[in-house]
Design a protein around this ligand. Structure first.
Ligand code: NDP
Length: 285
């Protein structure tokens, strides 16, 4: 292995420690930051995510309150709960775990959450603020990616950054944040014609396709920084990313593992957004 391993567990731990210090400072000013976590249905992966978020709150010193609705809950029931949480001044952040059961329109739910409590940064107001460079929440996984790159000692300014994937949750917001850091950004997707060529010119590659082996060694410039967002299962059923890690690590300058790379960063950045929410709502920033 020649590449530096970018350790998401370590870096997310540092961010959570910093968040714990900040949470204590906020509490010292008489405000207890609080996140409301809403789970609808029995999806086992969602249950794990929600539990991890609650545990992280506890570790950081953020109060969490949780709500569980049945798999067959109606959209109206969920919207009523969101309205109640919007009105509750003790709740600073609202997280509705996605995906939602098919009878519920996710976009409607996202729109219903008060933008000031939208710690996932999914509400169009917050997406708009991100694009215009305003203050507010940062999308958790994309912001975590920026932290991984910077805290492992790499520069973004002036670098050719290639993103593979254009989703609202990862690809597009990563592009905005890399551009904000003065990277030169190219966004690729399933209709991109010359992906291999484009990647070969990249100093930084962020892959978020959800497809095994999207990035192979022949696509990587020597010394490039490789961020693997994908969470996939290989043929043996083992968790793996989008990148052919075994071969790419011998060419790249730095690489994130899966698991233990981008994954842990998402929750750490969620904790930071909860603190931003508590501060904004109490005029502490
Ligand atoms: P989406 O399915 O919404 O988007 C995938 C994107 O990849 C699309 O833009 C698609 O293009 C593009 N794409 C798919 N196949 C190819 C290909 N062969 N070549 C080029 N582009 C391709 O996924 P998400 O963005 O939601 O998630 C991506 C991955 O990241 C998933 O594995 C997901 O599990 C993981 N993830 C991990 C997180 C974490 O915390 N670690 C958080 C969020 C996601 P097109 O638009 O043309 O269809």
């Amino acid at each position: 292995m020649t590449a530096q391993l970018i350790d998401g567990k370590l870096i997310s731990g540092q961010i959570k420690q910093e968040a714990a210090v900040e949470a204590a400072e906020i509490k010292a000013q008489g405000v207890t930051p609080c996140l409301a976590v809403v789970l609808v249905g029995n999806d086992s992966a969602s249950q794990v995510y929600v539990n991890n978020k609650k545990k992280a709150c506890e570790a950081v010193g953020i109060r969490s309150v949780s709500y569980e609705l049945a798999e067959e809950a109606t959209e109206e029931e969920l919207l009523q709960l969101v309205a109640k949480l919007n009105a509750d001044e003790t709740v600073n952040g609202i997280l509705v775990q996605m995906p939602l059961p098919k009878q519920i329109d996710e976009d409607k739910v996202i729109l219903a959450i008060d933008a000031k409590k939208d710690v996932d940064c999914f509400h169009p107001i917050n997406v708009g603020l991100l694009h215009t460079g305003g203050k507010g929440f940062l999308p958790c996984t994309p912001a975590g990616i920026i932290e991984l790159i910077k805290r492992s000692g790499h520069t973004i300014q002036g670098q050719n950054c290639v993103i593979i994937g254009r989703s609202n949750i990862v690809g597009k917001p990563v592009a905005m944040l890399l551009m904000k850091e003065n990277g030169t950004v190219t966004i690729c997707h399933s209709k991109t014609r010359n992906l291999v060529e484009i990647c070969r010119g990249a100093d930084i590659i962020v892959s978020a396709t959800g497809k095994v082996n999207t990035v192979t060694a022949d696509m990587v410039k020597a010394g490039a920084v490789i961020i693997d967002v994908g969470m996939n299962r290989n043929e043996a059923g083992k968790l793996c990313g989008d990148v052919d890690f075994e071969n790419v690590k011998d060419v790249a300058g730095a690489i994130t593992p899966v698991p233990g790379g981008v994954g842990p960063m998402t929750i750490a950045m969620l904790m930071k957004n909860c603190l931003v929410a508590a501060k904004m709502q109490n005029n502490l920033i």
